[in-house]
Structure formats: C-alpha cells, structure tokens
Write a protein that binds this ligand. Structure first.
Ligand SMILES: C[S@@+](CC[C@H](N)C(=O)[O-])C[C@H]1O[C@@H](n2cnc3c(N)ncnc32)[C@H](O)[C@@H]1O
Length: 288
C-alpha cells in the first residue's frame, strides 16, 4: 500500500465506522450544528497572537496573499490579514463563512474575500501562501489536495494538524460508549509519509501546548454529564443531532464511569479523558 492509499484507507475506516454507529451524515452544512460561542467560530482577530499563531505569522510577508483552505471563521487567517496584503478563504460551510464575514466586519478588516466552495472542486485562487489549519483529517484524496495547495501558494504552503487529531480527542470516551476502539483519522505522521512519498521535504515543528480554552471545568455533575454525552456524539466530527437512543446509551456509560472521566475540584468537574497534545506545523516552499 502506498502512503496515499494508507491515508485514504484511514479516512474510509473512520467514515465507515461513523456511518455504522451514527448513521449517514445528513445533507447540508457539516459544521452547521456548532454553537455560536464555539472557539472555532468566535475568535477576535485583534487578539494578541499566541505562540502557535506567532509561528505562522513569522512565515508571512507583508506582500503575501494567503489562500486559507478550509479557513472556517478566520480564527487563524483574520489575525494574519492584519499583517499581509490579503486573505482568500475557501470553505464550503455556510455557517463558517457567515462567521468569517461577521468576524472580519466586527474587526474592521476589509482585505479579505470568501469563496464558498470545496477545495477539491474549486479552481484555485492565485495567492502566494496556502494555509491549511485542521482540515486534512477527513480528506480522502490527499495528493490532489496538496498539489492544488502548491498552485495557490506559490511561495509557501503552511499546514497545521494536531497530535492527536481533534476528531479523535474523545477516543477513550468513544470506547466506553460504543464498546469498541475508535478508528483514528490520519494525522501528522500519515501526512508526512504522503509528502515524502511525493518527493516533498517539509519542515516539521512541534508547537507549544495550547488550547486550554477547550478544556474547562463543568460547574456541576449534570453539566459534566451533558458535556460528555455531547463530546461522544460529536466524535469523529459527527456534528449532527444524536438520536434519543444514542443519548441514553452514552449517558448511562458516562454515569457508570463518571469518577474515571472527571476530576473533581473547587471549580467543578474537569474532563480527564481529553489529551490536547501539541499542534504540528508542516511547511515547505513549492519547487525548492
Ligand atoms: C476544524 S475547521 C478549521 C477551520 C479553520 N481552519 C481553523 O483552524 O479555525 C475545518 C474547516 O475545514 C473546512 N473544510 C473541510 N473540508 C474542506 C474542503 N474539502 N475544502 C475546503 N474546506 C474544507 C470545513 O468547512 C471547516 O470550516
């Protein structure tokens, strides 16, 4: 099996397991179910740069046009738009797109454009840097996806993924709820193997631990239970409503293992099962 075939097989295994356990993904916006205050949707473009975003900003030049592939609500590229010529966000999600436009407007950022489309389908806009943050985990045809990045970002391609990948952050919970091991989406190792296979030699940097906002104590037992059931439902990026039967089963599993899943403290109950790990920066200059 080639590295690209292995990558596709990982994606297929995850989607097949998800279909079997959670049913077919409803048509429409994959990210339509995110709450408005989700950290992916709500991020002030004028916030001080954290260390990880600073690492990306260090690779950007004032004359750059960034093509942000799957840019979502502009969590990463809107702060960068303040430091370069322009940003073009290519993202098919209407929910993400609306948040991108609203976040840009609220921050007074006008050098940005939204192309509401899928990267696999779109004729790539011309930029100097292609930016891809947390998009590749369910990308079946990874080689054409990467080749298109190089056409859009002629000066540099910048990719980040998390280790472990966010769609599998709840793998311990998944095992308890479903009684089987979760199929894990491809991450940095699978991506690097594909890049090496096609002759690219990127730089890889493990960025500092971050994302503390993703794990907060839940104020009481009921809130903790509801949170865990929601995390179980959204695992493998199944961002659609769970059936009452799934919720009942997940609630029973969480109740049974509550003391293993949550650490009690003065602020409430903190989830123990999520390993946020580290963000991984992968970057190269096409043609060099
Ligand atoms: C987890 S979000 C990340 C958003 C943003 N890059 C960030 O880091 O905040 C993944 C985004 O990728 C988008 N996406 C997934 N597959 C895509 C594709 N084939 N082409 C373009 N965007 C895609 C989704 O719509 C979603 O907005």
């Amino acid at each position: 099996m080639t590295a690209a075939e292995h990558y596709a097989a990982r994606v297929e295994a995850v989607l097949a397991q998800r279909r079997r356990l959670r049913g077919v993904e409803p048509a429409g916006d994959t990210f339509g179910g995110l709450p408005a205050d989700h950290p992916l949707l709500e991020a002030d473009p004028r916030r001080p740069l954290d260390a990880n975003l600073q690492s990306l900003a260090d690779l950007i030049e004032p004359s750059d046009t960034i093509v942000d592939v799957g840019g979502g609500a502009g969590r990463m590229s809107l702060p960068l738009a303040l430091r370069c010529r322009s940003v073009i966000n290519v993202d098919p999600s209407p929910t993400m797109g609306a948040a991108f436009v609203a976040n840009a407007k609220a921050a007074g950022i006008s050098n940005v454009e939204l192309v509401q489309d899928d990267w696999i389908a779109v004729s790539p806009p011309q930029g100097t840097v292609a930016l891809v943050n947390h998009v590749t985990y369910l990308t079946h045809d990874i080689v054409p996806f990467i080749e298109k990045l190089e056409r859009a970002g002629t000066r540099r391609v910048i990719l980040t993924v998390n280790a472990p990948p966010p769609p599998s952050w709840n793998r311990k919970l998944f095992q308890l709820v479903h009684g089987e091991a979760e199929e894990i989406v491809p991450g940095h190792a699978e991506l690097m193997n594909v890049l090496w296979e096609i002759g690219r030699l990127p730089d890889l940097t493990m960025l500092p631990p971050q994302n503390v906002r993703y794990i907060v104590p839940l104020p009481n037992r009921m809130a903790a239970l509801t949170y865990a059931v929601q995390r179980a439902a959204n695992e493998q990026w199944a961002h659609w409503p769970a059936t009452p039967a799934f919720e009942a089963r997940a609630r029973a599993a969480v109740e049974q293992h509550f003391d293993d899943l949550f650490a009690p403290g003065a602020d409430g109950f903190t989830p123990r099962w999520i390993d946020l790990g580290r963000e991984v920066l992968i970057t190269w200059q096409p043609g060099r």
